[in-house]
Design a protein around this ligand. Structure first.
Ligand SMILES: Nc1nc2c(ncn2[C@@H]2O[C@H](COP(=O)(O)OP(=O)(O)OP(=O)(O)O)[C@@H](O)[C@H]2O)c(=O)[nH]1
Ligand SMILES: [Mg+2]
Length: 365
């Protein structure tokens, strides 16, 4: 059997440096074999692009169909729309599914965890996805991991476990945390903030006959990460707990979330809008009537990101009309953040790059 890179799961080859799984011949003598791409990511935080397309990733994940295992589906709660896989049962068949909402460390203290769980459950239901259990964790900070591990153990009945999800939701980070807990080994699997890090199945034997598998991410094109440069991705991805920022807006005012999102407050008097974005994302307030020309003139400068590289690939902003009635509501900009509108009867036009979802949900606060 050909060796597999322990960092990303790619089959190791020594012929073509530009292809995935490349390692120099000398690396084959080592106990732990790592490909060149993982080595560079680990030591220099430098990502090498791979020539795999959406279908290649999907083909790999489809191999888990009807394996008689337990499926652990991880989603990024900061980017639910961008990380949810609506047709998951098509990929997994009739296997039981546990849903794990990851990156809970990013939510401000004002968010009620029970509301997050309710929202995850009702979102699954509305997509017709039946899940056995829902857990909230931070794989990076170790929050909720013991409960999730116990939940997985009690539902697997000695079977294999496949950890699946869209790219970048934290599957490998989650597994690294479990590996660390039972063997003490640190960062066994390669992780990075670029989507598409894991390139094959990585098997971690559990204590009995079964194994736990890391899998490549499914590419969800509504994920903002696919439309921004690596540098911009760093700016928009929150690294710590989000600090909500409150804007008192009069109707006829606009907020720009750098140059990647926009909210027009069309009517509804005076309201406070609570913005939840990466602490590094610049928010700009202006008059609605000036918003279009401001955007034209300042995109990529005052309104940055996008940087030059992102501008080449970023789809144009598209407006979505929203009418919000009485209850506190979150307007969610997939992969960017959300704005809480505390009380109702407001008309809003919310803009995101074409293909990136705008959605609403009952407020999590
Ligand atoms: N804030 C926060 N970031 C996390 C958490 N878990 C993972 N991340 C970050 O999310 C990014 C992606 O993590 P990975 O573990 O590589 O994600 P993945 O799902 O394996 O991604 P692919 O292999 O590309 O499909 C990295 O930058 C992680 O540091 C978490 O609990 N909180
Ligand atoms: Mg991974």
């Amino acid at each position: 059997m050909k060796p597999i890179c322990q960092g990303c799961g790619a089959v190791i080859q020594t012929e073509d440096e530009s292809k995935i799984g490349y390692a120099p011949q000398s690396a084959l003598d080592r106990e732990v074999i790592i490909c060149k791409r993982c080595f560079r990511l680990k030591h220099y935080n430098e990502v090498q692009d791979v020539d795999l397309d959406d279908e290649d990733y999907l083909k790999m994940v489809k191999q888990i169909k009807n394996k008689n295992s337990l499926i652990v589906n991880i989603v990024d709660i900061f980017d639910f729309n961008g990380s949810f896989i609506p047709n998951l049962p098509k990929l997994t068949g009739k296997q039981p599914i546990i849903l794990i909402g990851n990156k809970v460390d990013l939510l401000p203290k004002s968010v009620n965890p029970n509301k997050v769980i309710q929202w995850l459950k009702s979102s699954c239901k509305s997509y017709g996805l039946q899940v056995e259990k829902v857990f909230l964790v931070s794989a990076a900070k170790g929050i909720g991991m013991k409960e999730a591990a116990r939940g997985i153990n009690s539902l697997r009945n000695g079977k294999d476990v496949y950890v699946v999800g869209s790219t970048n939701v934290g599957k490998s980070t989650f597994i690294n945390h479990l590996i660390h807990d039972f063997s003490g080994e640190k960062e066994a699997i390669t992780t990075s903030y670029f989507p598409g890090t894991t390139l094959g199945f990585i098997e971690i034997p559990l204590d009995d006959n079964g194994s736990l598998f890391d899998t490549p991410g499914v590419i969800n094109r509504s994920q903002m990460a696919h439309y921004v440069s690596k540098n911009d991705l760093k700016v928009i991805t929150p690294r710590k707990e989000i600090k909500p920022v409150v804007y008192q807006l009069n109707e006829g005012q606009t907020l720009f979330f750098a140059g990647l999102g926009r909210l027009d407050f069309e009517s509804g008097g005076r309201h406070s809008f609570v913005c939840h974005f990466s602490n590094e994302l610049y928010i700009h307030r202006t008059k609605l009537e000036q918003a279009d020309s401001l955007y034209e003139e300042h995109i990529g400068e005052l309104l940055s990101p996008p940087d030059e590289e992102t501008k080449q690939i970023l789809p144009p902003l598209v407006g979505h009309d929203l009418y919000i009635e009485n209850d506190k509501t979150d307007i969610v900009y997939s992969g960017l953040g959300w704005v809480t509108v505390p009380e109702g009867e407001v008309k809003i036009r919310a803009y995101a790059p074409k293909g990136v979802a705008i959605s609403i949900r009952p407020s999590l606060i």
